[in-house]
Structures are given as structure tokens and as C-alpha cells.
Design a protein around this ligand. Sequence first.
Ligand code: AQP
Length: 328
Amino acid sequence: MRILSGIQPTGSMHIGNYLGAAKQWLKLQEDHECFFMVVDLHALTVAQNPASFSKETKEKIVELLAIGLRPETCTLFLQSSVKEHAELAWIFNTITPVSELERMTQFKDKSKKHKQNINAGLLTYPALMAADILLYKTEGVPVGKDQEQHIELTRTIARKFNTTYGQTFAEPKSLIQPEGAKIMSLIDPTKKMSKSDGEANYLSLFEEPESIQKKIMRATTDKGKDIKYNPDKKPGISNLMTIFSLFANMPMKKVEQKFHGKGYAQFKKSLADLLVKELEPLRRKKQELLQRDLYIQEILRQGQRKASSVAQDTMKEVRKKVGLLSLE
Ligand code: AQP
């Protein structure tokens, strides 16, 4: 199966990004043809600081390597380094109804969050995402639950293209984990963990140990004191239990048994200790990789070459099907 997924360059990768998406990538790279990219063009849909944007982009590649992506087995690249993404997105813009774009949850949420900057790119984001995916004739897209709607729209766009111009794209499916697909905010466990919601809401994968302790001990819990998994009635403790279960690789029933009769404080302390232990090697690896600028550049060049070769073939086919005059 051919796999593709991406992550935005801005902000540090948080445990939601990891448990919902990136952890799947590590497994998939072992026995599938995988394309993973840093989606810098998508990130431009909210205002960025040009002085720090490219540095953040490089740092995201470093983070992906630090968690264990292996450029020998997967293609790791920058979205903006393969020009065909923007080209195919334009063609998809011409077959995507505005009404479909307007009903996207992410567009509605981000329009509320960035009232001063509701730009056209924010609206047409899913057409670019469809281009990202279909350019590689992708079959599986490992993502968190929040991206499911965009992948459904990608399938709609693929169908529309196929009926308009002839069979070209297979419909990709989303690969969503049964657990961890939606890690919630540490402060408001009814909302998705998001890096744009402020420091206290999320836990970076590369967080310092003292900060991990602080954030977990301050995380919102619910009434009562039992360590019982019940996302509807006890969203706070259930979210923390999901994080524990996934990092400890322990089924939820076992987590409940382990903490039976213990209070929230004791559970939180165990969770913080577990996270400090599990995240320490990633933090060290990131520091080490940050010094290896030439190595990172070489990986990106190699990724660009591999991705471009597939993307150019697809665009050639698309241009022909659409009827764009070829100058060859
Ligand atoms: N809370 C989450 N739980 C599970 N999966 C998540 N993902 C994001 N948040 C969670 C998944 O991580 C992948 C990369 O996400 P992204 O870089 O595209 O960023 P995002 O979805 O926009 O993440 P944020 O933190 O919420 O960013 P802001 O605050 O900038 O909007 C995707 O597969 C996503 O599903």
C-alpha cells in the first residue's frame, strides 16, 4: 500500500500529533511505500513570521527524524519543494464546490480563531490536501480523527475528477487509530489538544522533565476520585488514562486495575514519571540532530528528488487528461 501523510512545521510536535498520526508512520514505514512531508504551504494559511518560519520547518524535519522516521525506508520531504502540489491543487480548486469547502469543520474553527485573516487559502486548504494525497496515487493516509473530513472530501474530489476527465485516481482511505486518534487538551479535555491553544493545553514530545511534571500535575481532572475510563462522564482522567495506556503499551483494563483504589494525584505522578522516562531519549536525539545541518539538507534533497519523480508523472497524466496544451 502507498502511504502519505504530513505535519505542519509550526510549533513543537505534541503528544496528540504523535499518538494520533506519527506513531503509525513509524510502523508503516517498515513495510509500505511511505511519503511523509512537512506541509509548509498549508501552514501559510495562518500568518507566519518569515524570519523564523524556515527555521521551524527545518526543526520539524529534525523532530521527525528524532522520533524514528528513517529516510532510508521512507521519503521525507518538504511540500513546497515539489511544485506539483500547488499545480494540482489549482486544478482541484476548479472542480471543488465552494459549498463543500465552507462546511469543513477546520475552516469554521480556524475562521473563528483567526477572524482578522480569513484568507482564500484557509478555505481551499482541503483542495491542496487532496492534491498532496492524490499526486502520489496514495492508498492510505494515517491521520488523527480531526483530518477524517478532509480525506472524505479528497475521495469526493477524486471521484469528480475521474467522472469529468476519465479514471485517474483511486480513492484513498484514512488510517485512524482505534485509540489516541483524538488526544484532548490538558486544560479543557472537551477540546482537541492543539498547539495554537497555548502552552498549558498541550505537551510537546520534546518537553523538559520539570515542565512535563508541572503540566501533568496541573491537568484538569473530573469530579470524584476513581481512576475509571469514561470519556463522556470523566473526560479529563480518561484522556490522561489514554495517554498512559499508549505510552506504557498497557491495555486500558490493566491501567484501571493498576490504579484501582489510588487517587488522581498518585495516578498523575505515575503518568508524569512515565512520560519523563519515555520522552527523554527523543529530546536527546533532537538536540543531537539539530547540530547536523548538512545531513538534514541532504535528506531533504533526496526526498525532493524521490517525491518529484512520482509527482511529475502524475501531473503529466493530469495535464493530458484535462487538455492543457503540451509544449513538448
Ligand atoms: N489532538 C490530537 N490528537 C490526535 N491526533 C492529532 N493530530 C493533531 N492534533 C491531534 C494529528 O496530527 C497530524 C499532524 O497535525 P498538523 O500538523 O496538521 O496540525 P494540526 O492538526 O493543525 O494540529 P494542531 O496542534 O491542532 O495545530 P493548530 O493548533 O495549528 O491547528 C494530523 O494527522 C492530525 O490529525
